[in-house]
Design a protein around this ligand. Structure first.
Ligand code: PLP
Length: 387
């Protein structure tokens, strides 16, 4: 059976060109980037080149503004805890949204236990934060705004530039979790008015376990890992050189092919969306129809459980998800869909199909062939579906 992978929002396949770029850093260029000798210098050069490539991808003014991390979760933790710690004497109020990834939400909840106050902004039925709500929520003691660029479950792209403008006018530090956006849509830290931005390599064809935090020059942030003086004394530990080189290669490839990839994926996404709407009755597209990631499709399929659709699809060789990879193991309905106003039953029947540059039209056609049958089989067994 040929298998079809449509869970690229969870993680992507590493690009063979990225693997090739990394290869020498395991066997030949194995020096410690902090070492003085030529072995160290070679490794350091690899890290430096990668930093330039990541900075280029997100339009950073200086490569120095890129700090390599172990991925999106660490970048989010570092940004939020780092600013909270540094500015604790100026205020203890943080603003975020109710549809953030758990890497942000759980970090904010942790800080609440430490005496910080967090405002969770509501979203509308498409998952958008209203900038006017943000303006109203800002207080004298607000030290940080953290709002994601694109949602990992429903793909909705927030008006980050406008939100950043409000943060700037009010002199509040602004962080965005752009883990799903980077490599998928254009991201420019200056156009977006952000001070801090999280990205993760494995969402755009670099290996897992490597990411970065962009920190605009002058942003107040406490250091994260204490130890050596790596990453300009902000994050100790010997660099994951091969992973960083892989992230750099993936950034370069993503930047070169971005327009073409966006165009291709938007077509495939739209074919999936209209196909599902035509072939299956009583479905609801979650997230905005157009202001969504080019690779994201998310539907609530009424009268059946998301988990049972996933199991049936898996038997047919299709890898999909019912939401974020981290919550799909639990039977809790998605906090994102609930925040968008869906009731528990409808939120339970959600299916996310997420594409990558390796997805093909044949795969989309195959899924459009398999899915309606899966749904009608399950509905035939459903006591609440009577047609
Ligand atoms: N933020 C968002 C929006 C994500 O989608 C993810 C991963 O799913 C993360 C953060 C966490 O990234 P990582 O898996 O690199 O820790």
């Amino acid at each position: 059976m040929t298998r079809i992978y449509m869970d690229n929002a969870a993680t992507t396949a590493t690009d063979p060109q990225v693997v090739e770029a990394m290869q020498p850093y395991f066997t030949e260029v194995y020096g410690n980037p902090s070492s003085f000798h030529s072995f160290g210098r070679e490794a350091r050069n690899g890290v430096t080149e990668a930093r330039d490539k990541v900075a280029d991808l997100i339009g950073a003014d200086h490569a120095k503004e890129i700090i390599f991390t172990s991925g999106g979760t660490e970048s989010d933790n570092y940004a939020i805890k780092g600013v909270a710690e540094k500015l604790k004497d100026s205020g203890k109020h943080i603003i975020t949204s109710s549809v953030e990834h758990h890497a942000v939400l759980h970090t904010c909840q942790y800080l609440e236990k430490k005496g910080y106050e967090v405002t969770y902004l509501p979203v509308d039925e498409d998952g958008f934060v209203n900038p006017a709500d943000l303006q109203d929520a800002i207080r004298e003691d607000t030290i940080l705004i953290t709002i994601m660029m694109a949602n990992n479950e429903v793909g909705t792209i927030q008006p980050i530039s406008e939100i950043g403008e409000i943060a700037k006018e009010n002199d509040v530090v602004f962080h965005t979790d752009a883990v799903q956006a980077v490599g998928s849509i254009p991201v420019d830290v200056n156009e977006l008015n952000v001070d801090l931005l999280s990205l993760s390599g494995h969402k755009f064809h670099s290996p897992k376990g490597v990411g970065a935090l962009y920190v605009r020059k002058g942003t107040p942030i406490e250091k994260y890992l204490h130890g050596g003086a790596q990453e300009r004394d902000r994050r100790a530990t010997t660099e994951n050189v091969a992973g960083i080189v892989g992230l750099g290669a993936a950034a370069e490839i993503a930047q070169e092919g971005l327009e073409e990839k966006q165009e291709k994926l938007t077509k495939l996404r739209d074919k999936l969306i209209t196909g599902i709407q035509e072939e299956i009755d009583e479905v609801k597209l979650n997230g905005h129809r157009n202001k969504r990631l080019p690779n994201n499709v998310n539907f609530s399929i009424k009268y059946i459980e998301g988990e049972s659709i996933l199991m049936k699809l898996d038997l047919e060789g299709v890898g999909a998800s019912s939401g974020s990879a981290c919550t799909s193991g639990s039977l809790e309905p998605s906090h994102v869909l609930l925040a968008m106003g869906l009731c528990h039953e409808v939120a339970h029947g959600s299916l996310r199909l997420s594409l990558s540059k390796y997805s093909t039209e044949e795969e989309v056609d195959k899924v459009l062939d398999i899915l309606p049958k899966v749904v009608s089989d399950l509905r035939a067994m459903s006591p609440i579906y009577n047609k």
